[in-house]
Ligand binder design. Structure first.
Ligand SMILES: [Zn+2]
Length: 187
């Protein structure tokens, strides 16, 4: 089921036309099909304090004769990673800097303008856990290592060549587009 969208308008339109998507709507909690009703926008506070719509909820309805489970499913803008405070834009800057041989601290500073890189290690941990998915997406059957990254930490030696391949395959906004193409979270 499609949960990542390019624009908020596309999300809104999708939720207004649920009948057209009859065959694709399946609740991930109860596995029932076609019990969703549109259930309002999800907002995120911007740096300037203003709220901006970044997604919408679908309610798996258990009312008015519907047989759903009563839970909600979120539809997201593809630029967002559901469990991250920062967006795919920052993740892309971070990974691009690592590919250009920046230190983890410097790459994180470039991406987020903050000095403490503790969170960067959390990012790397999550990216590491997605490595098999990236490799499936890229159809890579053998371990790709590169001499270029030989002097980096062991996990980066393994992760960065795959990220490099991914960025070669998806040239524009690769992290965001990965979510659009696979309908799964980048990290
Ligand atoms: Zn359900």
């Amino acid at each position: 089921m499609k949960i990542y969208f390019e624009h908020i308008d596309a999300i809104h339109q999708f939720t207004m036309e649920l009948n057209y998507h009859y065959n694709t709507l399946k609740c991930k909690y109860c596995q029932n099909c076609n019990q969703f009703v549109s259930h309002g926008f999800v907002y995120k506070k911007q740096n300037n304090g203003e709220k901006k719509a970044v997604g919408k909820r679908l309610f798996c309805s258990n009312r008015h004769g519907k047989l759903g489970c009563g839970r909600t499913t979120r539809l997201y803008l593809a630029i967002l990673i559901p469990t991250f405070q920062y967006t795919n834009r920052q993740i892309f800057i971070f990974l691009s800097a690592l590919l250009s041989m920046s230190s983890i601290q410097k790459a994180y500073k470039l991406a987020t303008n903050t000095d403490d890189p503790r969170n960067a290690y959390r990012w790397l941990h999550k990216l590491w856990n997605k490595l098999i998915d990236y490799r499936c997406f890229l159809n890579l059957h053998t371990q790709c290592e590169s001499f270029k990254f030989k002097f980096r930490a062991r996990r980066l030696q393994i992760l960065l060549p795959t990220i490099h391949e991914l960025f070669l395959k998806i040239k524009e906004l690769p992290c965001t587009q990965y979510q659009m193409l696979t309908q799964t979270s980048f990290a």
